[in-house]
Write a protein that binds this ligand. Structure first.
Ligand code: BG6
Length: 484
């Protein structure tokens, strides 16, 4: 059965800030500044020591929208019931590390936090929806940032595996699909929320980033081992943000640049987690950039012996690349998921400058499947747009339907090409806080949440037109694409 569903993340949806002993996480530092350029991601991702200090001293959740999320913490039952109405077979969500281990380095878990997820699983089971659980979705406990410098400290591996073991033991009979790290290739582009490294606290930023990524690789492999030992019926996968990049021209140098971008941005991460070893092109990159990865004695064996069962990916955009400095000047910059790119004249973009490229999804699925021959799972794909809530509480989001329809068409083409695709969980099941900009008005959901950028609103949920459209897509197992 193909797994149709939708996705959210704890740090963008739950709220419940500080409730039931929850600790702070890296996402609780993300501020929303109504006066900043909402499109330019770099303005939002540059977290400094000063900003952390300010956030720690803030006496309310005001200005930090992820702390309140959309109150999934209290409204999960209603939200899951709506997902069930759409016919979801699977629901992707993350378990907030800082809810289970408020500081990250405790030995014993916070039972109150686990009890919340028990209730979420109960609700999913009631509606026969399968959970797809991400262990780490930009939710590193803040204490680990301040006390250990984030993932650059090797000790964090053990903290993470303790957390993972608690979840595998408790939920081994309830979860069939696990994901270790959301978009593990984000470390290079969205460093703070992915690794907890603060630029002004490090002397060699790039070195620390790759050291942190190495620790995440080892932690991911150890989580794979634990999962296979504790929950042998389950499957555990890796996840990357698929950064699809085409050469700007057919000049051989541009073709080579696109290959390098693919290696550094995508394949490096999958090669380690799917093949089980560091690819040779990264050794060259490390050498040329004076990066030295410090590995534990057992690390290579850990990576080799614990490869993932499936590959999951987010796919939103594509961009182009060139290595010609002159050509670069004539190309326009554009935004995208996690990182900026260059404008492709053949594509249109969303209001946030993310270039829309459905064919790029088929291309990406083929490219990844060709290389690894592992089952693939699209766990994020969608359109961030400003929706209008009409007086009759309807939301006419034809643009979202069109985006998803074109991507599903290409997904089907990829399946016909022979790609083993097991599921599709668009981003997002319901409107949640934007990860990149902390806005509310950048909406992705099938379900509208009545809340604005200032945090005002009833928090009521309303199905959008896309809700009814997607319901029909699921009912017909994707066949019913042309009637809309
Ligand atoms: C992915 C993340 O990068 O993109 C999600 O895994 C995020 O957490 C999604 O929400 C869309 O990005 P944004 O910045 O528009 O919310």
């Amino acid at each position: 059965m193909f797994l149709w569903g939708g996705a959210i993340a704890a740090c963008q949806a739950e709220g419940g800030f500080g409730e039931d002993h929850k600790g702070m996480s890296v996402s609780d530092i993300s501020f929303y500044d109504p006066h900043s350029d909402r499109v330019d991601l770099s303005k939002h991702s540059n977290i400094t020591s000063e900003l952390i200090e300010q956030a720690l001293n803030a006496d309310s959740t005001k200005g930090y929208p992820k702390r309140d999320g959309v109150d999934f913490y209290h409204r999960y039952a209603e939200d899951i019931a709506l997902c069930a109405e759409m016919g979801f077979k699977v629901f992707r969500f993350s378990i907030a590390w800082s809810r289970i281990f408020p500081n990250g380095d405790e030995q014993e878990p916070n039972l109150k936090g686990l009890e919340f997820y028990d209730r979420v699983f109960d609700e999913l089971e009631k509606h026969h929806i399968e959970p797809l659980v991400t262990l780490s979705h930009f939710e590193l406990p803040l204490h680990i940032v301040n006390q250990y410098g984030g993932w650059k400290d090797r000790k964090v591996i053990e903290m993470f595996t303790n957390f993972a073991a608690v979840l595998f033991n408790r939920y081994k009979h309830r979860v069939r699909y696990w994901i270790t790290f959301n978009e593990i290739n984000a470390g290079r582009f969205a460093t703070f929320k992915s690794t907890g490294i603060v630029e002004d606290r490090t002397e060699n930023y790039l070195q620390d980033i790759y050291q942190a990524v190495h620790h995440q690789f080892v932690a991911s492999a150890l989580a794979v081992k634990l999962c296979h030992d504790i929950a042998p019926e389950s499957k555990i996968g890796c996840m990357i943000a698929r950064l699809t990049t085409y050469p700007a021209t057919c000049h051989p140098d541009d073709i080579m640049q696109a290959t390098l971008d693919d290696q550094y941005g995508n394949f490096f991460y999958m090669d380690v987690m799917v093949r089980g070893y560091y690819p040779s092109y990264m050794n060259r990159y490390f050498l040329e950039n004076s990066i030295e990865i410090i590995k534990g004695e057992e690390d290579d064996a850990i990576l080799r012996n614990n490869i993932v069962d499936f590959i999951s990916l987010s796919y939103y955009v594509s961009s182009i690349t060139t290595n010609d400095k002159e050509r670069l000047k004539s190309l326009q910059q554009t935004e995208g998921n996690l990182t900026r790119g260059l404008k492709n004249p053949y594509l249109i973009a969303s209001d946030w400058g993310w270039q829309i490229d459905p064919v790029g999804l088929r291309y990406s699925l083929n490219t990844i499947y060709d290389r690894y021959q592992k089952p693939l799972f699209i766990v994020e794909n969608g359109l961030g747009a400003e929706d209008i809530l009409e007086d009759d509480h309807k939301i006419h989001d034809a643009y979202r339907i069109s985006y998803l329809k074109e991507h599903i068409k290409q997904m089907k083409e990829a399946i016909i090409d022979g790609v083993e695709l097991i599921g599709y969980t668009p981003w997002s099941a319901l409107d949640i806080i934007s990860s990149g900009t902390s806005e509310m008005s950048k909406r992705y959901g099938f379900i509208y949440v009545d809340k604005d950028d200032e945090g005002k609103g009833t928090l009521n949920r309303y199905p959008k037109d896309s809700f009814y459209w997607y319901k029909q897509i699921i009912e017909s197992n994707g066949a019913d694409l042309h009637n809309w």
